[in-house]
Structures are given as C-alpha cells and as structure tokens.
Design a protein around this ligand. Structure first.
Ligand code: URA
Length: 239
C-alpha cells in the first residue's frame, strides 16, 4: 500500500504536491468513491480516477544500460536523435521509463532507467547522490598536483566541487594524453568534463564504469539488463 498522492505522482499525473491539491479539491476517486483525505493509502489493484479519468498504474521496472556513444539521455529528443529509452523500447519493452540522471551524448557507460519516480528522485537528490566512477581520457600529461586539486575540489560554475577520488591509470607520452579514474558523488551537468577543464586537461573520451555498487560486468555497449531483486533492495536502502 502506498499514499494516494505518491501513486498519482508515480503514474505521472502530477507532482506529489500538485496531486495533494487535486485530492483536497475533490477531483480524485478511489474505487468510485471521492477521496479528500491526504492520508489515504491505495494498493496496486485500487482504481484511481482523476477528473473521472482512470490513471494508468504500472508495475515498476528497473534497467541497467551500458550507454553507447551518440545517444541522448532523455526520453525524447526534439531533434529526433536516438535516446537511451529507444534502445530499451527496441526490445519490445513498452513501459514508460526514463533515465536516472544523465550522461552526455558522447559519454558511454552505466545508466539506470526506471518508471519508479520515487526511487529515481531519491537517487538524483544531492543528499543521496551515490558514488560514480568515471574513466576519462584527457589531453596532456596530468601532474600529481592536478590530481590533488581534483581530489580537494576545483571551481566549477562558481562553486567548489566536493571531495573526489582519483587514480592515474596510464599516460601516453607520445600522444600526450592521460587516462584517469575519477570518483565523485555529485551529479552536476557536465561535471567531470568541467572538472578536468578546470585543471587544463580537457576530456577527449568519457566512460562511467560504476554507479554506487553497480558495474557493467557482462553488459556490452548498447546492451542492458533488468536489475536483480537484491540490487534493487540495496538501492532502495541507500540513506
Ligand atoms: N560528467 C560529464 O561531464 N559528462 C557526463 O556525461 C557525466 C558526468
């Protein structure tokens, strides 16, 4: 059982706050009875209508995708480019899903997709931001000093980044490039690229290899799999 406004928000009717308003305004019925109490709980089989229109209750689904380069991390793209949701729908999975956070068009790696708005919002909230590990190929031979700066925090859009972890994986002295592993728990827009830009080592290639305890083992670029029940339990338990 879950709160009526949560069920409404999860079904995409409106935000929880706006759903509460609809309830108080007497626009919501559960199994044919008008409900105006905010504490009302509903189960998966209860029929909910808003302004007389039944809402679509969905079973929650959770996928882990290895995002390939050249796809957009959103449900729709105005320019008609292929999205991460298209990849999953191509396999005949027709549920309305959306990505938990974003990876840039040219970034590859691990991305979660779900129709569980409550869990997605929780995972994206700065308070719960889970550790994410990226591998970046950057221009130039990166110095220890720069790595230290990345760990301690650099200024991005006028705000210092939170402590991070770094590991220098390799350098190519001929091509003058370095490969660095960076672990952060924030999720600002273009954060990794901006962090490396701040230390004058622009990113050439970016891949996200882990999301919290989840990794891409056995999932090739462009492939996805459903989360296992124990993985889901662990994600839900993140506090
Ligand atoms: N940081 C970036 O700069 N790009 C991504 O895609 C993810 C994190």
């Amino acid at each position: 059982m879950e709160r009526l406004q949560k069920a409404m928000a999860e079904a995409g009717v409106a935000s929880r706050r706006a759903s509460e308003k609809l309830i108080v305004q007497g626009k919501v019925m559960v199994n044919g009875k008008k409900v105006t109490e905010l504490g009302t709980k509903v189960g998966v089989h209860d029929e909910i209508t808003v302004n007389g229109v039944p809402i679509q209750r969905e079973k929650h689904v959770y996928y882990l995708l290895n995002k390939p380069r050249g796809v957009i991390s959103s449900a729709h793209d105005d320019k008609g480019r292929r999205t991460v949701v298209d990849i999953i729908h191509d396999e005949d999975i027709n549920q309305r899903i959306y990505p938990v956070g974003r990876l840039d068009y040219d970034t590859t790696g691990i991305l979660l997709l779900t129709n569980d708005g409550a869990l997605a919002n929780k995972l994206m909230h700065p308070r719960f931001e889970v550790d994410k590990t990226y591998v970046a190929k950057v221009k130039g031979i990166i110095k220890n000093e720069d790595l230290k700066q990345l760990r301690l925090g650099v200024m991005v859009d006028g705000q210092k980044t939170k402590p991070a972890k770094t590991k220098l994986l390799s350098v190519d002295r001929e091509k003058k490039t370095s490969i660095v592993q960076l672990t952060i728990h924030e999720g600002r827009n273009h954060q990794v690229k901006n962090m490396f830009k701040a230390v004058d080592h622009p990113v050439i290639k970016l891949h996200r290899e882990t999301y919290g305890f989840l990794n891409l083992q056995g999932v090739q670029a462009g492939e996805f799999r459903a989360l296992k029940p124990d993985e889901l339990q662990r994600l839900k338990k993140i506090k």
